[in-house]
Design a protein around this ligand. Structure first.
Ligand code: MV4
Length: 445
């Protein structure tokens, strides 16, 4: 196992990774920006290095600064967390070149899955269902029109380098396609430095389901079942749960096996998430893969009792997965609510400030992943997520009741949070009855 790891991140995920290292007896090096100097995660690390000012490009995204910190602290490996440099191929390559282990997949697997067009091709090769659409990049408007007429409207234009909904365009007819095509290319070029786009049939009112997987460098791969992430607002997930409440055992097994075929085809190593959309007939289609640990990973940890961060560390250190798939079971239902410092009554406007009063929820079945404390200042420089509440119950109804109880215990003042919005969703009859899809929040709130 590694003796010392640098955590190239901040906030709750830095704390989460430091905790896993502490349990494994790994020394930790935290990095922080100037306004993060009083961050709680620093307290739990063995060493801490300031890497620059508030501006992310000069601190958490500054590759030279982070590599320098790793050299100075003499670490063997870097955990990138999620966001920031987690899916940056250049960063992963530089780590390798500097003799530092990047706690994530090989560069080749990041390339294959990071480009959505190449990931689609890989899925097709692995005999995993993909949404009907283009075989590769769409070169021009006439090619787009021809294909759209063949597969039928509505269609969705997506950026090959995109993800999380950026650079997407939903199109209902030829006129719409003509005006959207060049705009989508330009937007993709501006956002990702890559103007390549592709086309898919638009699946109406889908559920967003993703499979958690891990793989080692010896060719062993395991799945940890799925999460349903359909409750999102403007492509920001709000509530995630596991298992997906509408999947039958047979479909679940097929879905998870499909995810593993993609991971094996990509010769993937470490933790990944394979994303699918589930249509109204419960047919699933691969859409993309995430080559990092995700925000919502605790949902899977609660139902499987496996520590995914520890798995990441062990796999990166070259250890072999000695478990087989039948050793991984899931029990009960877990739900996560993301708590953001945003005001739901004011169109989710950021609500920064110094926390003067804080009461965190607890009790049976409740896990709280957060870096906040009384006296901490929530800034607008970074992501607005201040906590994740994860609950585990025997049934979905139990989990919902535990979550509502936990959210009503949560006091954080004076910042406004998304707690009331989460409570509204959890109380909505359609959510309770499972009649939700990715459009649920926009339609009902
Ligand atoms: C789709 C889709 C329907 N049909 N692709 C959104 C983010 C990215 N991960 C993929 N996404 C989607 N891809 C096809 N072919 C629906 C989504 C989608 C979505 C689309 C519009 C508005 C909100 C959405 C929320 C989740 C998923």
């Amino acid at each position: 196992m590694f003796s010392k790891v640098l955590i190239a991140n901040r906030g709750e995920i830095a704390l989460r990774i430091i905790r896993a290292c502490n349990e494994l007896g790994i020394k930790t090096v935290a990095v922080y920006s100037e306004p993060d100097k009083d961050a709680s995660y620093i307290q739990f690390a063995d060493e801490a290095i300031c890497i620059g000012p508030a501006d992310c490009t000069k601190s958490y995204l500054n590759i030279a600064g982070i590599i320098s910190a790793a050299e100075v602290a003499d670490v063997e490996a870097i955990h990138p967390g999620y966001g920031f440099l987690a899916e940056n191929i250049n960063f992963a390559q530089i780590c390798r070149d500097c003799g530092l282990k990047f706690i994530g997949p090989p560069v080749k697997a990041m390339q294959l899955l990071g480009d959505k067009v190449s990931a689609r091709k890989l899925a097709k090769k692995a005999k995993v269902p993909i949404v009907p659409g283009s075989d590769g990049i769409i070169e021009d408007e006439s090619e787009a029109l021809k294909l759209a007429d063949k597969i039928g409207y509505p269609v969705i234009i997506k950026a090959a380098a995109g993800g999380g909904g950026r650079g997407m365009r939903l199109v209902h007819n030829d006129t719409g396609l003509r005006s959207a095509f060049n705009a989508a290319c330009a937007e993709a070029k501006a956002a990702f430095g890559n103007g390549s786009v592709y086309l898919e049939k638009f699946i109406v009112e889908p559920r967003h389901v993703e499979v958690q997987v891990i793989a080692d460098k010896y060719g062993n791969a395991l799945h940890f079942y799925e999460r349903d992430c359909s409750i999102q607002r403007r492509h920001q997930k709000m509530i995630e749960e596991s298992p997906c409440p509408v999947l039958d055992e047979r479909t679940r097994e097929k879905l998870c096996e499909a995810a593993l075929r993609i991971i094996k085809e990509a010769k993937y190593v470490n933790a990944a998430t394979v994303e699918f959309i589930l249509d109204r007939d419960k047919k699933f289609y691969f859409i993309e893969a995430n080559t990092r640990i995700q925000v919502e990973h605790p949902v899977t940890e609660m139902v499987t009792s496996h520590d995914l961060i520890k798995w990441q560390l062990r796999i990166a250190a070259g250890q072999k997965i000695k478990l087989s798939q039948k050793d991984i079971s899931h029990t009960g239902v877990a739900i996560e609510c993301r708590i953001n410092a945003e005001d739901p009554a004011n169109n989710f406007a950021p609500s920064p400030g110094t926390i003067t009063r804080l009461i965190l929820p607890g009790g049976p079945g409740v896990r709280v992943d957060t870096h906040i404390y009384q006296g901490w200042t929530v800034s607008t420089s970074y992501d607005s997520m201040i906590a994740k509440i994860i609950v585990h119950g025997k049934t979905r109804a139990d989990a919902i009741a535990i979550m509502k109880r936990a959210l009503s215990e949560f006091v954080v003042e004076p910042v406004k949070t998304t707690i009331p919005a989460c409570l509204d969703i959890l109380s909505h009859s359609l959510f309770v009855k499972n009649k939700i899809d990715t459009g649920f929040v926009e339609r009902n709130f």
